[in-house]
Design a binder for this molecule. Structure first.
Ligand code: ZN
Length: 136
């Protein structure tokens, strides 16, 4: 575990959210990208060593849309940067941790990512992510 890679915030409207994070807080948006597998559009906003990811659903059946429907906007997940994601997942599974993704999949920025089940993480949706090129 290297650092907090990013904090994912579910927003109902990305442009509106950017009026605060970009225009008022003055943070710089590095990238806005669509991740079709997760049915989201993500604005990547570096803050020091970590990032904020604003997540807008692109479909009503997106996990982010479901999250906002039940809980409203807010912190959706916390992502820890790791190296050796496959091995870590195997170790966690062997320890009885519930995994949403047993195998890494590709997330925003081409990172390998995997989500752990909130039942095993004290109610926080935890993402483990490994940058395409490790090290940084
Ligand atoms: Zn994430």
């Amino acid at each position: 575990m290297r650092k907090i890679d990013h904090i994912g915030i579910a927003v109902s409207n990305l442009e509106n959210a950017l009026k605060f994070y970009r225009d008022i807080l003055g943070l710089e948006v590095k990238d806005i990208e669509e991740v079709p597998e997760q049915k989201i559009k993500a604005a990547i906003i570096p803050v020091g060593e970590s990032k904020i990811e604003l997540l807008e659903a692109t479909s009503p059946d997106s996990p982010v849309a479901k999250y906002i429907d039940s809980r409203g906007e807010g912190i959706h997940h916390i992502a820890l940067q790791v190296s050796g994601l496959e091995d870590i997942l195997k170790g966690l599974a062997a320890s009885g941790v519930r995994l949403i993704d047993k195998e890494p999949r590709i997330g925003a920025g081409g990172n390998k990512i995997a989500f752990l089940h909130p039942k095993s993480t004290n109610g926080v949706l935890l993402e483990l992510c490994e940058p395409e090129q490790a090290g940084e």
